[in-house]
Design a protein around this ligand. Structure first.
Ligand code: FAD
Length: 447
C-alpha cells in the first residue's frame, strides 16, 4: 500500500510494481484536495515547474544522473516533457503529470484508489508518501504512531501570469550571460532602474499581507525558518538592497534597449509547453491577492499582468526522521512501514522522487527476502537518505541535494569545478560497484 500519489508515491508505487509487487496506490485527490494542488493528476507540481540543475557537475545534476541510471520513471517522464530553461530541467507541468498518471494507471500491477487514508494498516507493507500537505486525519495518525511532536515550517508560492499580458515593449528575453537552451533567451526579464526599484520596494514594504495566526507570526522570528524559500516581503525587510542582491539581481543581463545592465530585474520562467504562462522567479509571497496585483503591476513590463495563480503560504509537514527512520527508509519500530518524500525531511522535487525510489525497491526486497539497500553515502541519493536519518534530531531541518552532505574527498582539491567533478566521478563509480554487488541493473544515461 502506497499512501499519496505525488512525486515520491508515484515513483515508489512504480518501483515496487516493477520489482514484482502488487501495489495499491491511494491518492485522496480529487475526493479531498490539498490547499495547493489544483488537479486530480498524480505527480502534480504545486509550485515551480523547475526540477533544478541538469548540469552534470552540480549536486542536483548528479542526483538526476543517479536516478536515471536506477530507472526512475518519474524523472524520465520529466525529461520527456521538458521545456527550455537554460541549465535547468523545467517541465510542462500538465504534460508531465499526465504522463506519470497514464504510466501508473496503465501498469498491470498498480491499482489507483482515490480515497483519503486516515489510518495506517498493520496487516500489509505500507509506504507513507503523503507529502508536506498530508491531510489532517492522517497527520494525527502519524503523530499517534510516532509519538513524536510534529515539526512545521512554511514555504511560499510564487505567482504566475499570462505571457500575453507581459509588455514586451519593455520586457526582454535573455538568459543570464547568454547561457540558455534557446537562442533568443529562456527567460523574460523585466528591467527596473534605481528609481523604479526604490518605489517598488517601498510599496512592497507597505503592502498588506495575509494575516498570520499567532504561531505563524512566531515562526517568522524563528531562525530555523527555511532560508531558501523566503517570501520577497520578508527579504525586503532585511535591507533596501536585499532584493537587488537576491531574486532581483541583474547580473549577466543586458537590456537590449539601453545596452546596459539594469539596476534590478524580475525574471519570469516559462511555465507550460504552449508558452502561455510565466512564473515570477523567486517571487514567493504572502501579500494579499489584491495587493499582489497592485504592487507587482508596478514592475515595468507587468503593468497589465494577468495573474492566473497568486503567491501563497503553505504548511510543510515532516517527521523527525533521525529518530524515527533507518537509512533504508523503514520505520525503526516496524520493518514493513516505510516513509518517502517531503515527509522524511528531504527537500526538493528530485530528492523526493529519489526517496520514493528507495522505499519502493526496499519494500519489494523486504517481501522477497532480499537484503535491503542502503545506497553508499558517497552517492547523492545515499547521502540524502543518510542525512535525514543521521542529522541532529534536536535541530532537524529539511535538506536538499548538495555536495556538502557527501563525505570529504580523499585528497583536497582547491578548484571548485575540479572538486565537483571528483565528487561526481566518485559517486558514479561507487553506484556502479554497489549495483553490481546487489544485482541491480543500471540504465545507460547521460545528462
Ligand atoms: C505549496 C508548495 C510549494 C512547493 N514548491 C516547491 C518547489 O518549487 N520546488 C520544490 O522542489 N519543492 C517544492 N515544494 C515541496 C514539494 O511539495 C515537494 O518537493 C514535492 O511535491 C513533495 O513530493 P511528495 O511526493 O513528498 O509530496 P506531494 O507531491 O505533495 O504528494 C503527496 C500526495 O499525497 C496526497 N495525500 C495527502 N494526504 C493523503 C491521505 N491522507 N490519503 C491519500 N492521499 C493523501 C496528496 O494529495 C498528494 O497528492 C513545495 C511544496 C508546497 C506545499
Amino acid at each position: 500500500m502506497v499512501i499519496g500519489g505525488g512525486l515520491a508515491g508515484s515513483e515508489a508505487a512504480w518501483q515496487a510494481a516493477q520489482h514484482g509487487l502488487e501495489v495499491e496506490l491511494y491518492e485522496m485527490r480529487p475526493v479531498r484536495q490539498t490547499p495547493a494542488h489544483v488537479t486530480d493528476k498524480l505527480a502534480e507540481l504545486v509550485c515551480s515547474n523547475s526540477l533544478g540543475s541538469k548540469l552534470p557537475d552540480r549536486a542536483a545534476g548528479l542526483l538526476k544522473l543517479e536516478l536515471l541510471r536506477l530507472g526512475s520513471m518519474v524523472l524520465a517522464s520529466a525529461f520527456e516533457t521538458a521545456l527550455p530553461a537554460g541549465g535547468a530541467l523545467a517541465v510542462d507541468r500538465e504534460a508531465f503529470a499526465s504522463l506519470v498518471t497514464r504510466r501508473i494507471e496503465e501498469h498491470p500491477r498498480i491499482r489507483v484508489i482515490r480515497e483519503e487514508v486516515t489510518t495506517i494498516p498493520d496487516d500489509r507493507p505500507v509506504i507513507v508518501a503523503s507529502g508536506p500537505l498530508t491531510s489532517d486525519a492522517l497527520t494525527e495518525e502519524i503523530a499517534r504512531l510516532t509519538g513524536e511532536e510534529y515539526l512545521y515550517f512554511f514555504d511560499a508560492i510564487a505567482p504566475t501570469v499570462t505571457a500575453d499580458s507581459i509588455n514586451m515593449e519593455i520586457a526582454f528575453r535573455a538568459s543570464r550571460y547568454g547561457r540558455g537552451d534557446v537562442e533568443e533567451g529562456d527567460y523574460i526579464n523585466c528591467p527596473l532602474n534605481e528609481e523604479e526599484y526604490n518605489r517598488f520596494v517601498d510599496a512592497l514594504l507597505e503592502a498588506e499581507t495575509i494575516e498570520l495566526r499567532e504561531f505563524e507570526q512566531r515562526m517568522w522570528e524563528d531562525p530555523r525558518f527555511f532560508e531558501g524559500c523566503l517570501p520577497i516581503e520578508v527579504i525586503a525587510r532585511r535591507g533596501r538592497q536585499a532584493l537587488a542582491f537576491g531574486p532581483m539581481r541583474p547580473v549577466g543581463l543586458i537590456d537590449p534597449r539601453t545596452g546596459q545592465r539594469p539596476y534590478a530585474v524580475v525574471q519570469l520562467r516559462q511555465d507550460n509547453l504552449a508558452g502561455t504562462l510565466y512564473n515570477m522567479v523567486g517571487f514567493q509571497t504572502n501579500l494579499k491577492w489584491d495587493e499582489q496585483r497592485r504592487v507587482f503591476r508596478m514592475i515595468p513590463g507587468l503593468e497589465h499582468a494577468e495573474f492566473v495563480r497568486y503567491g501563497m503560504m503553505h504548511r510543510n509537514t515532516f517527521i523527525n526522521s533521525p529518530v524515527l527512520l533507518r537509512p533504508t527508509l523503514q520505520f525503526r519500530k516496524r520493518d514493513d512501514l516505510f516513509f518517502a518524500g517531503q515527509i522524511t525531511g528531504v527537500e526538493g522535487y528530485v530528492g523526493n522522487i529519489g526517496t520514493g525510489l528507495v522505499a519502493g525497491i526496499n519494500a519489494a526486497r523486504l517481501l522477497q527476502g532480499l537484503e535491503l539497500l542502503v545506497f553508499p553515502p558517497t552517492t547523492m541519493l545515499g547521502a540524502l537518505c543518510h542525512y535525514v536519518t543521521h542529522a541532529d534530531p534536536k535541530d532537524f531541518q529539511p535538506m536538499k541535494a548538495n555536495f556538502g552532505i557527501l563525505p570529504p574527498l580523499e585528497r583536497r582539491i582547491r578548484n571548485k569545478r575540479a572538486r565537483n567533478r571528483a565528487y561526481v566521478d566518485r559517486a558514479l563509480a561507487d553506484l556502479e560497484a554497489f549495483a553490481q554487488e546487489h544485482g541491480l541493473t543500471l540504465e545507460p544515461a547521460t545528462l
